[in-house]
Design a protein around this ligand. Structure first.
Ligand SMILES: [Mn+2]
Length: 468
């Protein structure tokens, strides 16, 4: 491959000198002897002459050139050089590097398939963005490390029901600071409740302590917040040393250090960048926690994710334990709940393609929607309605095949005034305090739920049929 690089100075030479050995031969054309000599001194092959004059190009055998690369700062001159090249050789392919948007192809010009416009900024972003980001992140890591003294205890505070993104980020912060769970405990005012998140902290052996607001600064402990910002909390937190988060900033707050990246899909992405910039390859445990954090917060890179999330995901993927993530995502069902499902299936009635099951008391609420989902796999079932008692609440989950009716509307109509209910067309839920449910229906059973729901489901179907 023979390249011709046309430039006012040695910029292209500096960029392309390695291309010469790897991909072909590059010759340079510059406007004067001084620049030519500079390139020659560094063993470049170079011509010089007025870039806008035809004679200059006569010296160069253009028909030997496969590709010309042009970078002239003045947009008009840039265009003139390109036109001149085209005039002298109609087969030469030209890459025109421009620094501004207006360097783009003029619509009045006839189409030239052999002329490509590339913006320098785009090229720079593509090849240098990671390096630049690393520099920025290294600075942040240094600042973070400078925040805390050696003997000080640090509380890493998470939301009330910590999620995988927060948990993974907290682990990463501890790692960045070179600390352990005694000197840097992960704390929350609430507790972890979701079964997947419980499975995560159990399988990855992560300890999350309950703390009261009064104890936050006990014995001079420092405070770091990840995946959350101080205004989230009802009570004042006192001095906050660090906030790293990706949620939108709502109100102002004070912190000694804050890194808010609202364009990011997860906080774990920010911490992955920190670790990477600091040259710290995460352990399998940490990589698994961070990867799972990104995965859940971005719904597997679909929701609100950007290139940074994808980059972090790619980086963590080979380091993480994927089998462990699968185990986290399918937490084992408690045996008694499975038995309740088994009993219910034994006497299942299907009426108008509607399966209604009441599980009675269950240990884990997520068994209810799982069972409703499962009902749709039964032959002849279009609707799965499953209820259960969780403490003193009646929880009803509805799933349907999705193409005709709105489960959310029906649930809202039936249960929203005595509890809370709603959802989408194919997926809905109601939660009603047991006493209010009994006040209206007398008891909690398959019978009363079926009798309440069936008319609305069937009725709605018939209306839809009539409309066809
Ligand atoms: Mn998050």
């Amino acid at each position: 491959m023979q390249y011709l690089a046309i430039c006012e100075d040695d910029l292209l030479f500096q960029f392309m000198r390695n291309v010469a050995t790897e991909q072909g031969d590059v010759r340079y054309l510059v406007p004067n002897l001084k620049i030519a000599q500079r390139i020659k001194l560094q063993r470049g092959k170079v011509w010089h002459g007025d870039l806008l004059k035809e004679e200059t190009y006569k010296k160069i055998k253009l028909h030997h050139v496969d590709q010309a690369v042009v970078f002239v700062r003045d947009a008009g001159d840039q265009e003139r050089v390109c036109r001149l090249l085209r005039l002298l050789d109609k087969n030469i392919s030209i890459v025109s590097l421009t620094s501004e948007k207006n360097g783009k192809k003029n619509s009045k010009e006839p189409d030239d398939p052999l002329l490509r416009h590339l913006q320098l900024a785009d090229i720079f972003a593509e090849f240098c963005a990671t390096q630049l980001l690393d520099t920025l992140n290294i600075k942040k890591v240094e600042r973070i490390r400078s925040l805390f003294g050696e003997g000080e205890k640090i509380h890493i505070l998470l939301q009330h029901d910590p999620d995988p993104d927060a948990i993974g980020s907290a682990l990463a912060l501890r790692e960045l600071l070179g600390r352990n769970r005694t000197t840097t405990p992960i704390v929350t005012f609430g507790t972890v409740t979701r079964p997947e998140n419980l499975a995560m902290i159990e399988l990855l052996e992560i300890q999350i302590d309950h703390i009261t607001p009064d104890d936050l600064h006990k014995d001079g402990a420092r405070l770091a917040l990840v995946d959350v910002q101080p205004p989230y909390y009802e009570q004042a937190l006192g001095r906050v040393d660090l906030v790293v988060d990706h949620h939108p900033k709502r109100t102002n707050f004070k912190a000694r250090f804050a890194d808010l990246r609202t364009g990011y899909g997860s906080t774990a992405t920010i911490f992955t960048e920190y670790l990477r910039a600091a040259g710290m390859e995460p352990s399998q445990r940490l990589a698994t926690a961070l990867l799972y954090g990104i995965k859940t917060d971005t719904l597997f890179l679909e929701r609100g994710s950007n290139l940074a999330d994808l980059g972090a995901f790619n980086y963590l993927y080979p380091l993480a334990n994927k089998a462990m993530i699968t185990r986290i995502e399918r937490p084992a069902l408690p045996r008694e709940d499975l038995e309740a499902m088994g009993r219910a299936l034994g006497h299942l009635q299907i009426d108008n393609a509607v399966a209604v099951i009441h599980l009675g008391e269950v240990n884990r609420e997520d068994v209810i929607p799982q069972m409703a989902e499962f009902c749709l796999q039964i032959e002849g079932v279009d609707w799965g309605v499953v209820s259960g008692l969780v403490n003193d609440r009646v929880v009803i989950s509805v799933r349907n095949v999705g193409y005709v009716k709105s489960a959310g509307e029906i649930m809202k109509k039936l249960y929203d005034d005595i509890g809370s209910a709603g959802g989408h067309r194919a997926m809905a839920k109601a939660v009603v305090p047991l006493n209010r449910f009994k006040e209206r229906y007398g008891e909690v059973s398959e019978k009363v739920i079926r009798e309440a729901m069936l008319p609305l489901i069937v009725d709605k179907d018939q209306i839809e049929l009539a409309l066809r």
